[in-house]
Design a protein around this ligand. Structure first.
Ligand code: GCO
Length: 424
């Protein structure tokens, strides 16, 4: 059967600056990757050298048949010191946007994708009440200069991620507590790490507030205030740009007796933030798997479930459910800004794409305004703490030569994009 997508559907892929560009030396993550006892498996280094090779990468994306590219602009490059804006970095992103335009690619730009300038962290990071204004000032500068070339902007990537991190940490700690040996080792490692953090940022470790760290209630509110203040600033300087935020969302399911836990999770991870999106133009939705709740709380994936390299359950059907609940709650146009799978079995990536898109098709048929699908990721890249071993890319990279090698899934997805048709 052929499933025909709407004519103006955006078929794209996503990346994030720090994960692909390389040498993001003024960012907080760069510093943290280089600490002794670092929690990163490896350093980002040259990553996949996208800062230099973006023209080839965008040409390749277009050649595959895609018509949209979601990437992020790096705050640490644009404003390496507080109040000092680097014109060369702004020019670089102007060139990236020009390359998109030459290839007929619609850019979707993210202004903050996890990494921040080191000076921001020294000034209190994401727990400081001054950070929303600092973020808005950076957004205003970038959008004032480049906004005319940016039709869609996402202010902050996965603004709700600290909630997911806190839940994972809690699960990890309860399993670590059960294994005292590991726990002692872990504590010793943490001590070295904390001492190094203090040295690096000149602050007590508990005052280092990078984006992917534990967050207080006030810190979480700061992040959403940063979105609201940035949105107002962007509206002033680039009134035609459509503005949204992106959120990390699970298909939240309940087993009998788990309904209340599931409803609480939905509220905590998503519904509580609705007031902040009211004036947004679209919603950036990111989904990778489902989360099941029973009467006692979160349940591990069912026995025997297929897992991805991330340990997530292979569950592409989750996307449809998330699109439906997001639309019901927001009534806004949706762009799927991330969805994908870490695997070395590219056949499973193809299957994941097909099954996820079948769900998107069902939503579109029900007149839910899904504008586009951005697969994570265009290219294998630096998966944060887990390094380069987790492969989400449609395109592989030989990092010794930086040669790009499109996988069969890239050809497959490109054909869907080119024909606007999914064959199931
Ligand atoms: C996130 C980020 C991406 C990740 C991707 C795969 O969701 O953590 O937006 O940077 O690389 O999600 O884990």
């Amino acid at each position: 059967m052929k499933l025909q997508f709407p004519e103006n559907f955006y078929w794209g892929a996503s990346t994030a600056a720090h994960q692909v560009e390389g040498n993001n030396t003024n960012s907080d993550f760069w510093l943290m990757e280089h600490l002794e006892g670092s929690t990163f498996n490896e350093k980002s280094g040259d990553a996949v050298d996208h800062y230099r090779l973006y023209r080839d990468d965008i040409a390749l994306l277009a050649k595959l048949g895609l018509n949209a590219y979601r990437f992020s602009i790096e705050w640490a490059r644009i404003e390496p010191e507080e109040g000092v804006f680097n014109e060369a970095a702004i020019m670089h992103y102007r060139d990236v946007l020009a390359a998109c335009s030459e290839h007929g690619i619609m850019p979707i730009v993210t202004l903050h994708h996890f990494t921040s300038p080191q000076w921001l962290i020294r000034a209190g990071g994401w727990e400081s009440p001054d950070t929303p204004a600092r973020f808005a000032r950076y957004c205003e500068r970038v959008m004032g200069e480049l906004g005319e070339h940016i039709p869609y902007v996402c202010t902050i990537n996965e603004a709700n991620i600290s909630i997911g991190i806190a839940k994972i940490m809690k699960r990890y700690q309860s399993s670590a507590n059960a294994q005292v040996g590991i726990n002692t080792q872990f504590m010793a490692k943490m001590e070295t790490y904390n001492a190094e953090l203090t040295k690096a940022f000149g602050l007590p470790a508990q005052e280092v507030h990078s984006f992917l760290m534990a967050r207080t209630e006030a810190g979480l509110a700061n992040i959403f205030r940063a979105h609201v203040e940035a949105r107002a600033a962007i509206r002033r300087v680039s009134p035609h740009t459509q503005i949204g935020i992106t959120m990390s969302l699970y298909d939240i399911q309940a087993q009998p007796g788990g309904e209340e836990n599931a409803a609480n999770a939905l509220h905590e991870e998503f519904l509580q933030f609705l007031p902040y999106f009211e004036e947004d133009d679209f919603f950036g939705l990111q989904n990778y798997t489902r989360a099941i709740y029973g009467p006692e709380g979160y349940l591990a994936p069912p026995e025997g479930a297929e897992k991805t390299q991330m340990g997530n359950e292979f569950y592409p059907e989750g996307l449809e459910a998330v699109v439906r609940y997001v639309f019901k709650a927001t009534n806004k146009p949706i762009i799927i800004t991330e969805n994908g799978i870490a695997t070395d079995n590219d056949e499973r990536r193809k299957a994941y794409i097909n099954r996820a898109l079948e769900g998107v098709y069902a939503c579109v048929t029900d007149e839910i305004p899904v504008k586009g699908y951005m697969h994570w990721s265009l290219i294998d890249n630096f998966e944060w703490q887990l390094g380069f071993s987790k492969r989400f890319g449609l395109i592989a990279v030989d990092r010794s030569t930086q040669e790009r090698l499109p996988k069969p899934s890239a050809i497959h997805y490109g054909n869907i994009a080119r024909t606007n048709e999914l064959i199931v």
